[in-house]
Design a protein around this ligand. Structure first.
Ligand SMILES: *Cc1c(COP(=O)(O)O)cnc(C)c1O
Length: 374
């Protein structure tokens, strides 16, 4: 089966005796073990969650997937593969919550982390040490849409016997499959493109390695950050339209990126689909299309948030990946918790605006962008 078909059918196979086309939501915390022993307690196992997990694995062409209550739930569970004394190398442009968990939580457990601009593979090699056990990749990155070389980074990790991880939230499995490039574990915040309707939180880990899967399956139950059956069902429903949603999002984002690129009020556009974008060639190699996320720098950063309030259709909000377009100011919103000097080093300035492009009519989106820039 091809991607769009798998997204619709895997995990939703008609069930006897009724032939349900949509899987039931198993709202139960425990199971009678009189006649079966497979199902014991719902933190460990739930049929609705299993349906979602089978679907998630198929989207990444993987053998295993685990579903979680949020992206951070998935990420926290994944970090149980680390132990005291281990070192992690992380992309400097990572999701804020990932920065926070490594620097404010895991540091207290004796796990060290180094943040590096992973576009430079020599810099990555330089910070790899004898205790480096994990390489944390995100591509395209948030909010600057940097494109990282998944294959080369997976090779570096492997050479140092470190687990390579790729947060694939921004691309979604519709556009990029990191396992194909040699990455060990894929992370998703299902809250974004997978759910797709800004109505549910969820997370996932997807992988082929059976050794890691056994440890993570154990940790999923031990930590307990599992989705409710209803949340699992909502995400499964969202995924059915992922393929068509993302096509429209890519079309709209490409059109807006071009408009912004040619606009006199804009200093720079970050979108890998633009031919003069630094990540364009690499993105063309490892992604199917260039995605629905973009960011841009205003020539005049003054009153940036006030400008964003002029939009009539696009919502001023954090998060991304839904049917509705969202716009935000990373400096004062999503990335406000990153220390100012690090924000500046990374290139997150007060002039930067990030946009998650939705499925609205492109003419309405264009008018809103014109209003913001006027
Ligand atoms: C949102 C997000 C997360 C965290 O996911 P939650 O579902 O909010 O816990 C992790 N990584 C990226 C890239 C994200 O955008």
């Amino acid at each position: 089966m091809r991607f769009a078909t798998k997204a619709i059918h895997v995990g939703s196979e008609p069930m006897p005796p009724t032939g349900t086309v949509t899987p039931p939501i198993y709202m139960t915390s425990t199971y009678s073990q009189k006649d079966q022993q497979t199902y014991d307690y719902a933190r460990g196992v739930n049929p609705t969650r299993e349906a979602l997990e089978r679907n998630l694995a198929s989207l990444e062409d993987a053998t295993h997937a685990l579903a979680f209550s949020s992206g951070m739930g998935a990420i926290t569970t994944l970090t149980t593969l680390l132990k005291k004394g281990d070192h992690v190398v992380v992309t400097d442009d990572c999701y804020g919550g990932v920065h926070r968990i490594f620097t404010r939580i895991l540091s207290a457990y004796g796990i060290e982390s180094t943040f590096v601009d992973m576009r430079d593979l020599v810099d990555v090699e330089d910070v790899m040490g004898p205790d480096t056990r994990m390489v944390w990749i995100e591509s395209p990155t948030n909010p600057l849409l940097k494109v990282l070389d998944l294959r080369e980074l997976a090779v570096i990790a492997k050479a140092h016997e470190a687990i390579s991880v790729c947060d694939n939230t921004f691309a979604s499995p519709a556009l990029q499959n990191p396992l194909k490039w040699g990455v060990d574990v894929v992370v998703h915040s299902a809250t974004k493109y997978l759910g797709g309707h800004a109505d549910v939180l969820g997370g996932a880990l997807v992988l082929n390695r059976a050794d890691l899967f056994d440890r993570l399956k154990f940790a999923q139950n031990a930590i307990g950050a599992v989705p409710s059956p209803f949340d699992a069902w909502l995400i499964l429903r969202g995924i059915k339209t992922l393929d068509v949603r993302i096509e429209r999002q890519c079309d709209n984002a490409a059109a807006l990126a071009k408009l912004l690129h040619d606009h006199p009020a804009v200093a720079k556009v970050h979108y890998p689909g633009l031919p003069d974008d630094e990540g364009h060639r690499l993105a063309a190699k490892q992604m199917r299309r260039f995605g629905g996320m973009l960011s841009f720098e205003l020539k005049d950063p003054r009153g940036a948030v006030e400008r964003l309030r002029r939009a009539q259709v696009v919502l001023l909000a954090e998060s991304l990946g839904g049917v509705e377009s969202l716009i935000e100011h990373p400096w004062s919103m999503t990335h406000a918790s990153v220390p100012p000097e690090q924000r500046s080093r990374q290139g997150i300035t007060e002039a930067l605006v990030r946009m998650s492009v939705g499925l609205e009519d492109i003419d309405d989106l264009t008018e809103d962008v014109e209003r913001i820039l006027a």
